[in-house]
Design a protein around this ligand. Structure first.
Ligand SMILES: C[S@@+](CC[C@H](N)C(=O)[O-])C[C@H]1O[C@@H](n2cnc3c(N)ncnc32)[C@H](O)[C@@H]1O
Length: 482
């Protein structure tokens, strides 16, 4: 029964006219204005730091894929507060935003207005892939937050990314910066390393059988090699992932990157269902109330939530229990995040069951998520692969520069403590959930001191084979001829 239901769900999502880039769903006001528009400081601080290092009056900055403008707004606030450092005051910043055609957001319009009070900001519509034709002259800083996973997923996979890496040095001034921020992948040199994970949570097993087959069949991903096969066992027998029995512990062997992908998608799906209001309660996921920490480092917080209409996924007795473990707070309720995660698991399981059995409303919510995010690959490169790819491909641009971070602080990981706490409680071998941030500098090949510092910086993150590839590319030890 379930296998047919799954095929139907996949067909429905397909027939919902999956565009190359799920524009309608990406530009949905609820998504860009709210869901994707938090963490402004995290999205903007690399650019802000780069401006201080550029030390140039009237710097030109570009943000590609600004979404709801969280970074734009952050930069406007920082610039309004005054100079970056006493020695390098920054003013008259000219900011160009490049957003995909047809994508609009009210929050971005507000952020642009804010920025125009302290500098100059213009919005251009076009694709990141065409950045060289969208900019009349090279700029000092280019920033892209949560853009490259979309380019990978919708813009040509690795060849598309590599082309972007070759283009960036041509649109940056020598010494300029590219600020990268995206989902952190996994520790280690490769996404393809085979590891074993155990799943015994019913909600996770149900998600695995719903999500994994369609992602592997339809997502843009790199798990096509013989050694990438996902092998699931229950009671020591091999079981197709679409037929996992969710009452039996599953032992699954697969590439570590694929497990990271499943984890990441579970988190975004949970978020999506919360926001849909379909669980019968909706947590506050943005703003100050979303960060009411009991202990920030351990990811323990108080969740603020609204109780909605009665829904089948939360029975009357579950609603009463929820009320009993919550506290009233102004016009809503608060609850301990560990308890809230448990309540969510129970309701989500009932929701997923209904989606599998063909409930039209649940399917609609599932399909909307699938269309907007479910086929994306979030973790397309480890830090080692990312740093190597940038150095190797940017070195092929005809600019005599290479994109590489030059200071230890230019490579950062920002952990998502709340998600990690949840994952640790549900999974036997959780992989860290985090964002990877890297500030690449467009270093001239002749700047020996900067290259020396750069190699010191990347040596901590990259294996010897990767360092060898970078060395060869930078020194044109390949067959490249001028
Ligand atoms: C996940 S959102 C991130 C938004 C914002 N940068 C942030 O971090 O909050 C991705 C953004 O990139 C834009 N985008 C995706 N692919 C693009 C492309 N090929 N060219 C330009 N923009 C693109 C989307 O419209 C969206 O604004």
């Amino acid at each position: 029964m379930h296998v047919h239901a799954l095929a139907d769900i996949a067909a429905e999502a397909n027939s919902a006219a999956l565009s190359n880039f799920a524009r309608e769903h990406k530009s949905d006001a609820g998504y860009l204005d709210v869901a994707a528009n938090t963490h402004g400081a995290e999205k903007g601080f690399l650019v802000y730091g780069a401006l201080g290092r550029i030390g140039r009056a009237r710097p030109r900055v570009v943000e590609v894929g600004p979404g709801g403008g969280a970074a734009v707004s952050y930069l406007a606030t920082q610039l309004a507060d005054g100079s970056i450092t006493d020695s390098h005051p920054v003013s008259d910043v000219h900011l160009t935003l490049i957003e995909a055609p047809g994508v609009a957001s009210q929050a971005l319009t507000r952020a642009i207005d804010e920025f125009n009070r302290v500098g100059e900001c213009e919005l251009r519509h076009g694709f990141a892939q065409d950045i060289a034709t969208l900019l009349a002259e090279p700029v000092d800083v280019i920033s892209a937050s949560a853009l490259l996973h979309e380019m990978y997923s919708y813009g040509g996979g690795y060849p598309g990314l590599h082309a972007m890496m070759r283009t960036l040095p041509t649109v940056l001034n020598p010494g300029g910066f590219f600020a990268y921020r995206d989902v952190y992948a996994v520790d280690g040199p490769s996404l393809h390393e085979r590891v074993i994970q155990y799943y015994n949570s019913r909600a996770w097993l149900t998600f695995l059988r719903l999500f994994t087959p369609q992602y592997l069949a339809e997502g843009t991903h790199s798990y096509h090699r013989a050694d990438d096969e996902l092998v699931a066992r229950q009671n020591s027998r091999i079981v197709p992932v679409a037929e996992l029995d969710r009452a039996t512990c599953a032992v699954i062997t697969a590439p570590i990157g694929l497990f990271r992908e499943i984890q990441r998608h579970y988190i975004t799906f949970r978020d999506h269902v919360w926001r849909s209001g379909m669980l019968g309660f909706t947590p506050v996921l943005d703003g100050d109330l979303a960060a009411d920490w009991i202990d920030f480092r351990s990811g323990h917080k108080r969740v603020h939530y609204q109780l909605g209409d009665e829904v089948p996924w939360l029975t009357t007795s579950q609603r009463k229990m929820l009320a009993a473990v919550s506290e009233p707070c102004a016009d809503h309720h608060t609850i301990d995040s560990d308890i809230f995660d448990s309540v969510t698991d129970v309701a989500l399981l009932a929701f997923l069951d209904a989606a599998e059995s063909g409930d039209p409303t649940c399917r609609q919510v599932w399909n909307a998520w699938l269309l907007r995010e479910g086929r994306e690959t979030y973790a397309y490169m480890t830090a080692d692969q990312l740093l190597t790819a940038f150095a190797v491909h940017s070195a092929e641009a005809d600019t005599d520069t290479v994109l590489i971070p030059v200071q230890a602080g230019d490579i950062t990981r920002v952990d998502r403590h709340y998600y990690n706490r949840f994952l640790t409680k549900r999974l036997a071998n959780p992989l860290p959930d985090a964002k990877q941030l890297v500030l690449f500098q467009n270093v001239p090949r002749g700047d020996v001191a900067a290259l020396r510092r750069a190699f010191d910086t990347v040596a901590d993150r990259c294996g010897k084979p990767s360092l060898a590839r970078m060395y060869t590319a930078i020194n044109r030890g390949d067959n490249w001829t001028p």
